[in-house]
Design a protein around this ligand. Structure first.
Ligand code: AMP
Length: 586
């Protein structure tokens, strides 16, 4: 049994919350990891991610704020209304608890990390009749023994507000510093994380066997592989040039991406891009795979699309989103039939296929799927000319798809887990026709409204993602396209992410009225990108002392809850959009 006081973690959280920039964050995180006994390293890594187990394990502390308020009241020996009042004042239950417990008289630090996490697991596991009372007792007991600072972070953790602004890349940098001799080792750690989605496991293997052991990790059914993503270009010939003159042009279906895992016990699990388990939401998809997936053990990826089998037609994205629900599943399955269009095979019966080139994976995929009307492979044609690509694009749109994903067929066309690289390039619409395209941006701030919008938010400050630096630079402010209902819902939706100071990973020149930890992604219609000294996206990359700014942005009404902030449009994509638009003007 390894010992480490939880206070050490809480103090590191406090310092990281106040860190002025990303380098300071990495250093403080590294100091924490260096202090952590090896046996507790996985646990502390999860805690830094705001979790108590890997994300895909789906461990849900299941604690409503109301219940947490009662636990704070019990520990601080005050009435729940006093906690609620303090919550209203501070806007954060963690701070409310900290202040109330300090008033009660501080306790000496006595909690152990292992013990805290053990109790949190018990809270998560409590189910059925009487479970709410049990969760309450467990949390109140924990808070009763916590120092005020510890209480602040315990509450953030159980109410899911713990976004320290430490992204996984930052934790990987810190691990590399402490255990692998420097940040140069991050790519190896990143690859391992991308194929197993379990930071604790990567840390444990690293601490035990060093970098070589981490390099030896393979994909494995049961551990979701982080999705490979596409870059974007708008011009057929350019895409072909980038892909070496030839590519596989696959239809781009507009649905929900799932990664299906069949483990040795025959069980089939479905993961979304955000690593949520959704097999219960899509029992029909599980059934399709049970029938049609040939290998006993496999990992296969595809797009679940609303599909009218009678007409043989694809249906719009909104319909498949109707299937993302907790209740009324049987009715939803009946009312909105779906199909699965498979495009990747990552593992089959003992073989890791991720390092094979695309043509070989695709051939293996064709063997692995017994197609049926609702279980198919994505339509793909190999093209080697601009005309061929154009024809494939037209056909895809005619058949109800968004466009194409053009995939490299070169010997180097491996599956790049977790990366948005140039092996896949999406072609969504004909940009040359001045139709604007959508981007997914992260809310990082808000400005209070005036006039009719008084009392709420009038506009949001939005950012793109820069994966190399793991920061969120701003690109625009947007107050258009929100319905009255959207506007009314914004403050509550954003409240858990609100911060008094600029979060360390947000990169901005202006000061909004409220800052937000990157967490919410919105789909935005962009009309025009320009150079601007006021926005930090792609700063200095197109022009010295200027970033990219989006003019006339408009919310499309699509809350991209299926995307994490790190899935937002990247600064590289913005540069590409900017260049394309400029070329079109000439
Ligand atoms: P985007 O979300 O715009 O970056 O587009 C990438 C997404 O397109 C992937 O994550 C998939 O969900 C989806 N997609 C649809 N059809 C395909 C396909 N044939 N190959 C790869 N991804 C596809």
């Amino acid at each position: 049994m390894a010992y480490m006081r939880y206070e050490i973690v809480a103090e590191a959280y406090r310092d990281m919350e106040q860190a002025a920039g990303r380098l300071a964050l990495v250093d403080r995180m590294a100091a924490l990891l260096a202090q952590t006994p090896a046996a507790l390293l996985p646990t502390v890594c999860y805690l830094c991610q705001g979790l108590i187990a890997p994300e895909f394990a789906g461990v849900d502390l299941g604690l409503a704020e109301k219940l947490a308020v009662r636990a704070v009241a019990a520990a601080a020996a005050v009435g729940p209304e006093q906690v609620t009042a303090m919550l209203r004042e501070t806007g954060d239950l963690g701070q409310a608890a900290e202040q109330l417990l300090a008033a009660r008289g501080g306790r000496p630090a006595s909690l152990q990390v292992a013990e805290v996490v053990g109790i949190l697991h018990q809270i998560a596991a409590a189910e059925g009749p009487g479970s709410q009372g049990r969760k309450l007792d467990l949390l109140a007991g924990l808070l009763d023994r916590a120092t005020p600072l510890e209480a602040r972070y315990l509450l953030r953790l159980v109410t899911k507000g713990l976004r320290l602004g430490v992204g996984t890349p930052t934790i990987l940098d810190s691990l590399a510093l402490v255990y692998a001799g420097g940040r140069g080792a991050r790519p190896v750690l990143e690859r391992a994380y991308n194929i197993c989605s379990d930071l604790g496991r990567v840390a444990a293997v690293l601490a035990e066997g060093g970098l070589a052991a981490v390099e030896g990790l393979h994909v494995q059914p049961g551990n979701p592989v982080r999705a490979m993503l596409a870059q974007r270009l708008s011009d057929g010939p350019e895409i072909l040039a980038k892909l070496g003159g030839r590519c596989a042009a696959e239809y781009k279906y507009d649905g929900v991406r799932v990664q299906a895992h069949r483990t040795a016990d025959g069980n089939i699990e479905l993961f979304t891009r955000r690593l949520e388990r959704v097999a219960t939401q899509f029992p029909d998809v599980v059934e399709l795979l049970r029938e049609g997936l040939v290998p006993g053990e496999a990992i296969v990826e595809g797009e679940v699309v609303a599909f009218d089998p009678a007409a043989g037609e694809l249906r719009p994205f909104q319909e498949v989103m109707f299937r993302r629900r907790k209740y009324g599943i049987a009715e939803a399955v009946r009312d909105v039939p779906v199909g699965l269009f498979c495009f990747e095979l990552l593992y089959a019966d003992g073989q890791d296929l991720t390092t094979l080139p695309y043509p070989e994976r695709r051939a293996a995929l064709a063997e692995a799927i017994a197609v049926s009307p609702r279980l198919r492979l994505t339509t793909a044609t190999e093209v080697s000319s601009a005309d061929g690509l154009e024809a494939a694009f037209e056909q895809a749109v005619t058949d109800g798809c968004e466009g194409l994903v053009c995939k490299s067929v070169s010997p180097a066309s491996v599956y790049q887990a977790g990366a948005r690289g140039w092996l896949w390039i999406k072609l969504k619409r004909d940009y040359r026709t001045e139709l604007s395209d959508t981007v997914d941006l992260v809310v990082v701030g808000a400005f209070y409204g005036r006039g009719r919008r008084r009392g709420g938010y009038g506009a949001l400050l939005l950012a793109a993602y820069d994966p190399a630096a793991d920061v969120f630079p701003t690109v625009t402010r947007c107050g258009t396209g929100f319905s009255d209902a959207d506007l009314a819902a914004l403050p509550a939706r954003l409240a858990p992410l609100a911060r008094g100071e600029r979060p360390a990973r947000v990169y901005a020149w202006q000061e909004p009225d409220v800052w937000f930890e990157p967490g919410m992604v919105l789909e935005i219609l962009s009309a025009e990108l320009t150079l601007s000294p006021n926005y930090t996206a792609a700063w200095g990359q197109v022009k010295q002392d200027a970033g990219l700014a989006m003019r006339f942005p408009r919310f499309t009404g699509r809350w991209r809850d299926d995307k994490s902030p790190e899935d937002a449009t990247t600064t590289t994509e913005l540069i590409e959009l900017y260049r394309t638009a400029r070329r079109a003007q000439r």
